[in-house]
Design a protein around this ligand. Structure first.
Ligand SMILES: [Fe+2]
Length: 243
């Protein structure tokens, strides 16, 4: 099986700004490896998380510009883009309200992550405020949150109200343990996910991404795998996702 035309909307290939790659060379190696696995588009989603990764839009844009310049003449790379993985807290809401968040290219959606142990208190309010501004919330790896281990009620409720659930494919091969793996299989069966991404942090993740893509295809079939890995993420960039 070989997949092509894939689009990764969750990747930490920008160097030395979060827990992703440490150097520009590693970033290039990660992008090159994803390209070899069938990705033609990879969007960087560095963390913006208070107390841990104090990144802001201007700094991230400047690191992205340097990276873009570095790879300009290189072959064998996917198209690249910039967004962010925003931790869902009051700081994010303030940044979002001031236009200082980093939605996906096109501005139609933005990636948000939750603390693993509990749903953020104001998540409904936060997602509502995003939606009224025409920015769809994309929930990063819902299967990795404690509240998803037993059932999908909390995430299903957000999806019902317009959020898009994003699978981390490496959950399917047990990278985060048995519970996220089982939750991911269950949510796939329930049809909760709109898209699937790699959340890759380093070149050493590439063999696991390859394994995970195979596992996903085995679980849902090639046609649905391509919806999750290619068509739907591209819809997010184009602003043509489902209502
Ligand atoms: Fe991530």
């Amino acid at each position: 099986m070989s997949l092509s035309g894939l689009c990764d909307l969750h990747c930490h290939y920008l160097p030395a700004i979060d827990d992703g790659v440490r150097s520009i060379e590693e970033g290039v190696e990660l992008c090159r490896g994803l390209c070899a696995l069938g990705y033609d588009t990879v969007v960087a989603t560095p963390h913006i998380r208070s107390g841990m990764f104090e990144n802001r839009k201007p700094g991230l844009e400047s690191v992205f510009a340097t990276f873009t310049e570095h790879v300009a003449e290189m072959a064998g790379l996917p198209s690249i883009g910039l967004a962010a993985e925003h931790f869902c807290d009051d700081v994010f809401l303030q940044l979002f309200d001031r236009g200082e968040a980093l939605p996906y290219p096109g501005g139609h959606a933005a990636l948000v992550e939750f603390p693993p142990e509990r749903m953020p208190l104001r998540v409904s309010d936060c997602f509502f405020r995003m939606s009224v501004r025409g920015v769809r919330p994309v929930i990063a790896h819902p299967e990795r949150y404690n509240q998803s281990f037993r059932d999908s009620a909390a995430i299903a409720d957000l999806v019902e109200r317009g959020a898009l659930a994003q699978l981390d494919v490496m959950s399917l091969i047990g990278k985060y343990g048995r519970k996220p793996e089982k939750a991911a299989e269950r949510m796939l069966e329930e049809g909760l996910y709109y898209l699937a991404c790699t959340d890759s942090h380093k070149p050493a993740d590439l063999p696991n991404v390859a394994k995970a893509l195979q596992r996903l295809t085995q679980l849902v079939g090639e046609e649905d795998a391509l919806l999750l890995l290619s068509e739907h993420p591209k819809n997010i960039l184009a602003g043509t996702m489902r209502e």
